[in-house]
Design a protein around this ligand. Structure first.
Ligand code: UD1
Ligand code: UDP
Length: 371
């Protein structure tokens, strides 16, 4: 058996890392295709290095671009590689343009697609990721759903239940595998001069929040109100999309916002763990905050991860400062705040389960190279 593993962006590298490690551990033949949708050192190679991942076998070098251009280029570059490698299964993770293109390229060649993080739905078709998720799910033979909600969503869309496997999210594997090492190696708190529990952590990169000047300004006004009330430093490892937009719109930032370039995963885990509050529009960070027991205010009107809201770890506020203050008050202004919620995202052994399912179902799954 041979597995093709496709990655393209920061979260895909982080969440696919446990699957790559597990393939290696089991001696399963695999190869990695990296689209290079993300390519800056701090969005890409830092993760391969920190997570000790093998270098990709193929770098497609597609870089940034308009959606169709980027998706189309990945498709074109991917096809000859899949034709040559002839994998039994191609694995994609998440909802990026790389995921859609990877799944489509494989599907056109009649190669089975495994979608990790299947069945997430925001029901917001203005998000490019929503289209990517839906199309990828409907092209997949193995739908690795995070929980029962996702299983139900997929079944309701007419996907055969035999193809849906409820396994959890590999975000839990990655986080649990790196918590200790990040605690012992990261010096990010002292580097930034912030103390545990005495700062807020922000990330924002959704097009709906940062590409429109009025929306970006609204977000900044929300941070202003929070700072006016709590006087906390706000640490903001800034996504390159957002950095580019701040520059383009010539927006100046107040000094309580501690802007830093995107940082590595080990440092970022520590920042999350020690933040008093996390404000984000990221998907993965909503999950990680929940797993780490840190309250999360999500800067979106909807989420495809409602489980973190259901367990009491997350609140949706969009860009509404008043709603953000109510949420912050709930967690911070009361000694009774309970951050000991249930974990809906997996037990840290999700990659193992995924590979068990694939190896048990692909005929001749014993690796010929190994025999
Ligand atoms: C992409 C994904 C999004 C995911 C996010 C993770 C899609 C549609 N979007 O959004 O789902 O949540 O990655 O971070 O697939 N840039 C750099 N260096 C890089 C990468 C990007 O400078 O390495 C800048 C470029 O100006 C680029 C912009 O960021 O135009 C946006 O990059 P892009 O990959 O198109 O979208 P993301 O916002 O990163
Ligand atoms: N992350 C990181 N450094 C940063 C910001 C985020 O390592 O400076 C990690 C974070 O821990 C999570 C992932 O990147 O695992 C989330 O990526 P992002 O928010 O870009 O994408 P999304 O999850 O929204 O698709």
């Amino acid at each position: 058996m041979k597995i093709g593993i496709i990655v393209g962006t920061r979260p895909e590298i982080i969440k696919m890392a446990p699957v790559i490690r597990e393939c290696k551990k089991r001696g399963i033949a695999y190869f990695i295709i990296h689209s290079n949708q993300h390519y800056s050192q701090e969005m890409d190679s830092i993760f391969f290095k920190e997570l000790k991942l093998p270098a990709p076998d193929y770098n497609l070098g597609v870089g940034s671009g308009l959606h169709s251009n980027q998706t189309g280029n990945i498709l074109i570059e991917m096809e000859p590689i899949l034709l040559q490698e002839k994998p039994d299964v191609v694995l994609v993770q998440g909802d990026t343009n790389t995921v859609l293109a990877g799944a489509l390229a494989a599907s056109k060649l009649d190669i089975k697609v495994g979608h990790i993080e299947a069945g997430l739905r925001s029901y917001d078709r203005t998000m490019p990721e929503e289209t990517n998720r839906i199309l990828t799910d409907h092209m997949s033979e193995y739908l690795f759903a995070v929980g029962p909600n996702q299983h139900a969503i997929l079944a309701k869309e007419g996907i055969d239940s035999d193809k849906i496997f409820t396994v959890g999210n590999t975000v839990s594997d990655s986080l649990f595998q790196h918590l200790d090492i990040s605690a012992s190696t990261s010096t990010i708190l002292s580097d930034l001069g912030v103390a545990s529990g005495e700062f807020f952590l922000v990330t924002a990169h959704r097009a709906s929040n940062v590409d429109i000047p009025a929306n970006l300004l609204e977000l900044l006004a929300l941070f202003d109100k929070l700072h006016a009330k709590y006087s906390q430093t706000i640490v903001w490892p800034i996504h390159p999309r957002t950095q580019a937009k701040l520059k383009e719109f010539a927006i100046e930032l107040p000094s309580y916002l501690k802007l830093i370039p995107p940082i590595g995963y080990l440092d970022f885990i520590q920042l999350q763990k020690h933040a008093q509050l996390i404000l984000t529009d990221s998907g993965g960070i909503q999950e990680e905050a929940c797993l780490l027991g840190v309250p999360c205010i999500t800067l979106r009107e909807n989420t495809e991860r409602p489980e973190s809201i259901e367990v009491g770890a997350n609140v949706l506020v969009g860009r509404d400062a008043d709603k953000a203050l109510v949420a912050a008050d709930r967690w911070l202004a009361s000694d009774a705040a309970n951050c000991n919620w249930a974990n809906p995202f997996g037990d840290g052994h999700v990659a193992e389960t995924i590979l068990d399912i694939i190896t048990n179902s692909v005929p001749n799954s014993i690796d010929k190279e190994i025999i």
